[in-house]
Design a binder for this molecule. Structure first.
Ligand SMILES: *Cc1c(COP(=O)(O)O)cnc(C)c1O
Length: 427
């Protein structure tokens, strides 16, 4: 057999970079074991749910048209509800992305005169238009739903005093985002989210608590719905789709909340009864089955990246030895040239479009140029290996995904190789 180092050399990774990587991995044995333990637990959780709900070939049949009595779709929703320990779930290809799922959950459960509270910093960029923080047709604001926000304290903790003051007779729904997304705050653990939910409910027990769970699924053994969230919401082209779901989103939660979401998604009176599965059930079931392992691989990649780059003097968020609660890794590279080199490495390691060269580009909605590297089977999928970031100080790339640990590893090694070749890093 050809030696792995020789094979990697032909793919552009030098023995020096490979060796540097192996030294980092040797230090990570315990971290990787812990990630594997969590994956094993979550795999069992998913398997038990699939067995309990007697998933069979009948669930994979395609339906078209209205999709009445869609056995596969209805059962998939029971499987999701079981894994998230919720009364109900809405999981469908008609939910087009994470933003759509969140918009449905919010607009279904907020009525004119109600107030939405974000008690731990502002929400993800795309939600600004949903809420009306940035003006947009059909925003919640346009429909008479007001919005209030409490920022985190400088040390990243919850500002309980001002959260208490912000809750008033109009406050109806509280939205909490688990992952930092592209912000610089830390990602919250499920336990922290539980503490925040308990606090707001102690002030007003009938508040609906929604958690934007994007990028967080299966990183821990519990989910926000295990600590009091009334709705957890996410995208199927991130963690729970396992890289196989080509589209979709989910909302798991109480019957009362989820059934309103179904009426909002389709139409009042129709709700969850309509929505053909269009032949996507095999990917949605199999993706969910694969998700705990895929998430573990992506998380190993993120930990590896931090442990490769931090010792070289680049600030990593989270840091090399920090525990993590999502699969996103930010690396502050300090210059445009370094960002370009990093992204070239990720691109060159991809199974799809490896021959493409990422370049900084003006993107609609951004005030600086942006660079993106991705070579994915599912367009835009961010559970697949990708890296991106705005070209401005501190020149941070956000790195996430990888359907297998070995691919994530190669991508990160290739990124480091590019930085070495550009003379930015000396090993
Ligand atoms: C990705 C993401 C979203 C939006 O999901 P899309 O599928 O891109 O619409 C919302 N919140 C967080 C934290 C995310 O990471």
């Amino acid at each position: 057999m050809e030696q792995l180092t020789e094979l990697y050399t032909t793919m552009g990774v030098s023995p020096a970079v490979y060796q540097y990587g192996e030294e980092a991995i040797a230090r990570l044995r315990d971290r990787f074991e812990e990630i594997d333990r969590i994956a094993e637990y979550n795999q069992a959780k998913v398997l038990r749910a699939m067995q309990k709900h007697r998933v069979s070939a009948a669930c994979f049949a395609a339906t078209t048209g209205y999709g009445y009595d869609d056995v596969g779709r209805d059962n998939l929703e029971r499987v999701y509800a079981d894994v998230f320990h919720t009364e109900a779930a809405l999981v469908r290809p008609q939910i087009t992305c994470g933003t759509h799922a969140l918009a449905v959950a919010l607009s279904a459960n907020l009525l004119p005169g109600d107030e939405l509270l974000s008690p731990a910093d502002g929400p993800y960029d795309t939600l600004e238009e949903v809420i009306g923080i940035r003006e947009s047709p059909c925003s919640l604001k346009e429909y008479g739903v007001s919005y209030r926000q409490v920022d985190l304290l400088p040390d990243g903790s919850f500002d309980y005093e001002n959260i208490r003051k912000a809750i008033n007779e109009k406050t109806k729904l509280v939205t909490i985002q688990r992952s930092k997304g592209y912000a610089t705050r830390p990602t919250f653990s499920v336990k922290q989210i539980g503490e925040l939910i308990a606090f707001v409910k102690s002030i007003k027990p009938d508040l609906i608590c929604m958690v934007d769970n994007c990028y967080g699924e299966f990183v821990e053994t519990i989910e926000p719905s295990d600590v009091g969230a009334d709705m957890v919401v996410g995208s199927l082209i991130k963690n729970p789709g396992g890289g196989l779901a080509p589209i979709g989103g989910y909302i798991c939660g109480t019957k009362a909340c989820v059934s309103r979401c179904a009426f909002r998604l389709s139409a009042p009176g129709l709700g969850q009864e309509v929505g053909a599965n269009l032949g996507l059930m095999p990917q949605l079931y199999q993706g969910f089955f694969m998700a705990p392992t895929v998430v573990a691989g992506a998380e190993k990649g993120a930990v590896f990246a931090a442990n490769l780059y931090e010792p070289l003097g680049f600030r990593c968020i989270p840091g090399a030895s920090e525990t993590r609660h999502d699969i996103i890794q930010a690396v502050e590279l300090g210059s445009e040239a370094a960002m370009v080199a990093f992204c070239r490495g990720i691109q060159a390691a991809a199974p799809v479009d490896s021959f493409a060269t990422p370049l900084p580009w003006d993107m609609p909605g951004y005030d600086s140029k942006v660079i993106m590297a991705a070579g994915a089977f599912v367009q835009g999928s961010s559970i697949e290996l990708s890296a991106d970031g705005p070209i401005r100080p501190p020149y941070a790339v956000y790195f996430q995904g990888g359907l297998t640990w070995y691919h994530a590893k190669l991508g990160i090694l290739m990124s480091l190789q590019q930085l070495c070749d550009a003379g930015i890093v000396q090993l």
